[in-house]
Ligand binder design. Sequence first.
Ligand SMILES: *[C@@H]1O[C@H](CO)[C@@H](O)[C@H](O)[C@H]1NC(C)=O
Ligand SMILES: *[C@@H]1O[C@H](CO)[C@@H](O)[C@H](O)[C@H]1NC(C)=O
Length: 309
Amino acid sequence: MQVKISISLLFFLLFLSDLSLSSSLDCNAADRTTLLNIKSELGNPPELSTWLPATNCCTWSNVYCSDTGRINNVYLFSLNISTTIPPSFGDLPKLETIQLQTIPGLYGTIPPSFSKLRKLEILFLTDTSVTGAIPDFLSRTNLSALDLHNNKFSGPTPMSLTKLPRLQFLDLSGNSFSGTIPPGLLHGTDRRYLYLARNKLSGEIPEDYGNGDIDTIDLSHNRLTGDPSFLFGLTKPMTKIDLSWNQLEFDMTRPGVADPNSGSNPWTPLTLLPQSEFVKEAGGKNFCAAIHAIRYHQLSLFLLKQWHF
Ligand SMILES: *[C@@H]1O[C@H](CO)[C@@H](O)[C@H](O)[C@H]1NC(C)=O
Ligand SMILES: *[C@@H]1O[C@H](CO)[C@@H](O)[C@H](O)[C@H]1NC(C)=O
C-alpha cells in the first residue's frame, strides 16, 4: 500500500511541479541568509555541510532555485535532529515546496510564519513528531498538495482547508484527528486524492465525495458511521476506495456495491474488506474475478462476516 501511495505521489509531483535545476545562477542574497538561519535553527546538521556563507546557494544540497535565483524548494529527509520547525521558512517568499520527511526528532507545531508563504503549493511534513492542530493560516497559502501523514497532529480537520481552491491531494493519515470530515476539502479537475486513514474521525462521510471525480479515498481505521453506498457505482472513476475498519453499514442492493454483473467496472468494491492483505490484493484481476463469480447473497454474507464492528 505504501508503494502505491508513493507512486501516486510521484505521478502527482511530476504532473504538478516544475522544478528547475538552474544551479549556474547565483542565488538571491536574502534567500542565502535565510537558509543559513534555517541551518542554524536546525542545529547545523552535518547533512547541510554544503550550506556555507559566500557560496552560491543554488548549488547547495537539499534546495532548488527558480530561474531567477530564488529558492523555491527545500527538501530535508532523515535528519537526526531534535528541534522545532524552523520559523525562518517564512522568510523565503518564493517557496513553492517544503518537504520535511522522516525526521522523528522534529517537534512542536507548524509555525505562524508559514502564513507568509503565499506561493507554497506543496507541503510534505511526514513521519515527524509535530503536534497541534492544522492552523487556519495555512489557507493563506496556495497549497495543491498537503501531506501530513504519520505525525502527532490532533483536533478537527479544519473547515479552513476548504478555502484552498487548488487543494487536490490531502493526506492526513496516521494522526489523531477527530470530529467529522468536512465536505468540500478537495478541488481541481482531476487527480484528487483523499487519505484520512488511521485517525479518530467520526460521523458520516459527506455525500460530495461521491460525485465521481475523485481518484482515491482511503478513510480506513476511523470511527465513521452511516451508509457510504453513494461512493460506489458503475460510473464512478475511482481507482481505490478503502473504508475498512469503521462502523459503516452498507446497502448491498445498491448498484455497484456488490453487483456480480459489474465485471467491466474499472474499480473494485473489494477494498471494503477489513484485512489489509485483502485491500492490497483487491487491485489484482484474479481476486476481482473470483469475487465477482460469487453469488450475490454469498458476497453479502462474505463481506458482513469479515466486518469489524
Ligand atoms: C543522533 O544524534 C545523537 C546525538 O546528537 C547521537 O547520539 C546518535 O547516535 C545519533 N543517531 C544516529 C542514528 O545517527
Ligand atoms: C498558485 O498556483 C498556481 C498553479 O498551481 C499558479 O498558477 C498561481 O500563480 C499561484 N498563485 C500564487 C499567488 O503564487
